[in-house]
Design a protein around this ligand. Structure first.
Ligand code: UD1
Ligand code: MG
Length: 458
């Protein structure tokens, strides 16, 4: 047995995500169900990521291919290892043994289906490690301990963890329960796991047994406790919905604390990573998808939907606006009703106020985009860019057939289909000349009415 040693400061994360989650009744692996616009496992990961881990190992099993893809999409540095047989939590952690061979410092084990553990709590566990505990378990006092593992304490020292199935009546009366989160030196943890057997009621290799094994090796285990709400695990869709409500409540409270005004906070839906600055106003029924930043003093008006976008100071968005990924709005940009913006830079002071689609484009400073303007960016196979300069007046119902560039200070006449570049300061008009035929409408309708009367008479 090597000395457990103090924490070296370097941290690795192991995230357990091999379970099927059969109670979700889903083809999708449990950890890929979304919470706050992100896959479930991303939340525990984010809490651990705040500790700047050197390594992150995700243990996948059920739906491993999809889980791997989602993990890589989130963070390219995540290493995924496979647990092909589900032989228990110690066995799951053991799958990370090779990946972390020779890794110095500590490991923190997290569950992919337990999203609310906070960074502060993980820091408290690190502090307990630094204070001399070789194994630190995160416990909580359960209102209804149900089938959780029970922490058997002797003063500050954690003696062992007993699973509900294996517990005596006296042990089942303990309300201090195991959350599943664990911290230990990496090398020590794998040595302890190697000594864990599976002679228990479930025939599984319990990670919880490392506590008793540590003691048998002359090491010390302690428990750090947190609020029960942090340890909430998701097993069913109903629990997922309850977790979503909990996350939304947290995000709304965080927004208020940051100085955001919301008149109907219960109707505003955040993603886990939404950032809204001080003195911004979010009107009712606004939905944030992932990756949104709204800067100080901006206003998002009712019924708008934002994802993957950036709204700068002084911006006014909506009502009924849709900002899609890559919408980058500079200061004092106005985006009005029924406007969709995707993968486009809108420069300071530009206005796109009504019924418009701007995609794969850049719009210059102070340019006014008239009602009903469309960037025709897609030819059915490829996407093309539209570049509109500064101080341009884009007339209503302009079709900008990309790739196309409009120079600074130019204008487009209402109803123009712009198919080639327009130089600075020019006016482009592309529509058929108006013809007026005096008396035509009167004669035409008289003729039709007469025809109808004749048909009725038959
Ligand atoms: C586990 C703990 C229990 C604790 C409870 C908290 C053990 C033996 N028991 O029990 O003390 O109170 O969590 O929720 O650790 N997993 C794998 N591979 C496996 C087994 C599990 O990846 O072979 C993953 C699951 O997907 C899940 C987590 O580990 O994310 C916990 O597994 P689960 O079966 O839910 O453990 P519990 O019986 O709830
Ligand atoms: Mg469980």
């Amino acid at each position: 047995m090597t000395a457990a040693g103090q924490s070296t400061g370097e941290i690795s994360l192991i995230i357990l995500a091999a379970g099927q989650g059969s109670r979700m009744n889903s083809d999708l692996p449990k950890v890929l169900h979304e919470l706050g616009g992100q896959p479930l496992f991303a939340h525990a990961l984010a809490a651990g990521n705040a500790l700047a881990p050197a390594r992150i190992v995700l243990v996948a099993g059920h739906g491993a291919e999809a889980v791997t893809k989602a993990a890589k999409a989130l963070d390219d540095e995540i290493e995924v290892v496979l647990q092909t047989e589900r032989l228990g939590t110690a066995h799951a952690v053991d799958q990370a043994r090779d990946a972390l061979a020779g890794q110095s410092g500590d490991v923190i084990v997290l569950y992919g289906d337990t999203p609310f553990v906070t960074t502060e709590t993980l820091e408290a566990m690190q502090a307990a490690r630094a204070g001399g505990a070789d194994v630190v378990i995160l416990g909580f006092d359960a209102a209804d301990p149900k089938r959780y593992g029970r922490l058997v304490m002797d003063g500050k020292e954690l003696i062992r963890i007993v699973e509900y199935k294996d517990a005596s009546e006296d042990e089942r009366a303990i309300t201090l329960c195991n959350s599943g989160v664990l911290a230990a030196n990496a090398a020590t943890l794998f040595e302890l796991i190697a000594q864990v057997g599976n002679e228990n009621a479930s025939g599984e290799y319990y990670l919880t047994d490392v506590v008793a094994v540590a003691r048998a090796n002359g090491l010390r285990a302690e428990a750090v406790t947190c609020d029960e709400a942090e340890t909430l695990g998701i097993n069913t869709r109903e629990e997922l919905a309850a977790a979503e409500a909990q996350l939304q409540a947290l995000k709304r409270a965080e927004a208020f604390e940051n100085g955001v005004t919301m008149t109907a906070p219960e109707t505003v839906f955040f993603a886990a990573d939404t950032f809204v600055g001080r003195d911004a106003v979010i009107e009712p029924n606004v939905v944030f998808g992932p990756g949104v930043t709204v800067e100080s003093g901006a206003r998002v008006r009712a019924f708008s939907h934002l994802e993957g976008c950036h709204v700068s100071q002084g911006g006014v968005i909506g009502p009924y606006a849709r900002l899609r990924p890559g919408a980058e709005l500079a200061e004092n940009v106005k985006v009005g009703n029924f406007v969709e913006i995707k993968n486009a830079d809108i420069a300071a002071g530009a206005k796109v106020n009504h019924l418009t689609y701007i995609g794969d484009a850049s719009i210059g400073e102070r340019t006014n985009v008239g009602a009903g303007t469309i960037t025709c960016n897609y030819d059915g196979v490829f996407k093309h860019r539209t570049t509109v300069g500064a101080d341009v007046f884009v007339g209503s119902n302009t079709m900008l057939v990309a790739p196309v560039t409009i120079g600074d200070g130019a204008m487009t006449a209402t109803g123009t289909v712009v198919t080639s570049d327009v130089e600075a300061g020019a006016m482009v008009i592309g529509r058929s000349p108006q013809q007026v035929k005096p008396g035509f409408a009167t004669r035409f309708f008289e003729k039709l009415k007469a025809l109808k009367a004749e048909q009725k008479g038959k």
